[in-house]
Each structure stands twice: as C-alpha cells, then as structure tokens.
Design a protein around this ligand. Sequence first.
Ligand code: SAM
Length: 285
Amino acid sequence: MNHQKVRLGSGLYFVATPIGAARDITLRALDVLASADLIAAEDTRSLRRLMEIHGVPLEGRRILAYHDHSGAGARQKILQALADGNSVAYASEAGMPLIADPGYDLGRQAAEAGHTVTCAPGPSAALMALTLAGLPTDAFYFAGFLPNTSNARKSRIEALRDVPGTLIFYESPKRVAACLSDLAAVLGDTRQAALCRELTKKFEEVKRGTLAELAADLSGQTVKGEIVLLVDRGHSETVNELDVEQALKEALETHSVRDAADLVSDMFKLPRRPIYQKALKLGKG
Ligand code: SAM
C-alpha cells in the first residue's frame, strides 16, 4: 500500500495529479486523498479512477464536482466545510491545479476567509516541457492557451514579442499548425522553438527547431495528443558594440582571451567567433 492515513489539519489541500503516467502521483498526494474529510475534483470520474488505480478507498466519502463554472454554490459548500474545521482536498483533472485549470477563485476566497491553503504538488506539463525543450530556463513566461482566431492570436503574440524569457504555450493538436505559422509570422522564422507532445505517455516526443522549421514540419499533417509549445526569447541584433567592447575589457582583466570570449558571447547571446577575434585584439593592446 502506497498511501497512509494521516491527521490533516483543517484547510484546503490542492492536489496535483499526473499528466499522463498514473504513477507520477506523489505519495503525499495519495495521503491527502486518503485522509481529507471532503474531496472535490475538477473531474470526479478521473479522480475516482486514479484513486482506484492506487488503492485509495473513498470510505463513504463523496467526490464533489468543482470547477470555475460551478458557480458560487459549490464553492460555498467547500468554504462551509472549511469553516466547520474540515480538511478539503481539491484535485485537478491533470497536472497542477490552477495552471490553466480551475481553482483560482476557490484558493483566493479560502485564503481571504483565513483558512490554511496548501498543496501536494506534482507534475505540470509546462515545467516538464521547459526541462526538455533545450531552450534557456533562467527566465520563462507561461502564456497559457493562445486565442482561437488568427487575428486575436497574432495580437497576443505581438504583445509577447519582447518578453525576456522562454515563452510557454499550451495548444490543442487541431490548432498547433496554425499557431506555429502565426508565431513565425509575428516573431520571425528564425526563433528557436520546441514542440513537446504526449509528455510522460507512450508516444512522448520533443521536436526542436526554428519556428519556420516546426511550422513546415506540421503543415498539412494531422497532429494528435496533448501539446506544449515553447519559443526562445528574441535576441536583439542591435547590440551596442561599445557595450561588447567594455564587457570584453573587463572580462580580460581576470580571464584568458578564450574564457573572456566565452563569457561575453554568452552574455550578449552573440556568435563566439567574432567576439574571440575582438578579444584577441584587445588582449594584445
Ligand atoms: N494543469 C495542467 C498542468 O499543470 O500542466 C494543464 C491543464 S490544461 C487544461 C491542459 C493542457 O496542458 C493541454 O491542452 C496541453 O496543452 C497541456 N498538457 C497537459 N498534459 C500534457 C501532456 N502529457 N503532454 C503535453 N501537454 C500536456
């Protein structure tokens, strides 16, 4: 048995569920599901099935359906259960609650009413995709789903053009080809990107390339499964030469020509060769 019954204090426990592989649930999430006084879920059927897979008994507890459109009634039931001193588990259908999923209003109102709000965290498609994409992870921007129509989508993409981090989108297989071609049209053909599909499942796949390459790859093809799209930040072509020279001079005070060139080309995201030539000249001077 993987779970154990634990004494949960009164409060709201968000519970992350797997994004594919059922065994990605955490032991703590199972403990919370086994022990909460009340269980609520975005999708009651899939949670019941997940609990069955892992042998977590309901023991007479009903699973309450709750999502953002359930309205104030269902939320009120949960808030009342919290006010009565109960522990309430709320599970998403897949992945982390609130991440392009319901739970925001519930968490906010529970916290405002002074209840403990915590989480048994777990997988999220956005973070797994970021780990696999081969794009910088130092800063990223989760943009959720893009609008369905091309005009609205292009304006949204335009607004994200200068975000200084990797862009992460959730996308449906039906729209992904159109979406990639709009991304290429607005952000330029050459931005690096990645398409991550069916993460943690049998047909998991990661395709990396420029936006134009990925768009061409998909055009006229039927794509299946769940998808995360990632796009590298823009790299400005108008880097100030004086800034580069100054950075090189400073780097050369403490580093070899080779290391200074590596450092500065990384810093400005510029090709290494011309920076190395410049460093050589400065190093001699
Ligand atoms: N809360 C979830 C999370 O933390 O990742 C996301 C829920 S959102 C309604 C569903 C979208 O997430 C899908 O349309 C897809 O874009 C992405 N997604 C979920 N599971 C995925 C998977 N196994 N592989 C790729 N993308 C996935």
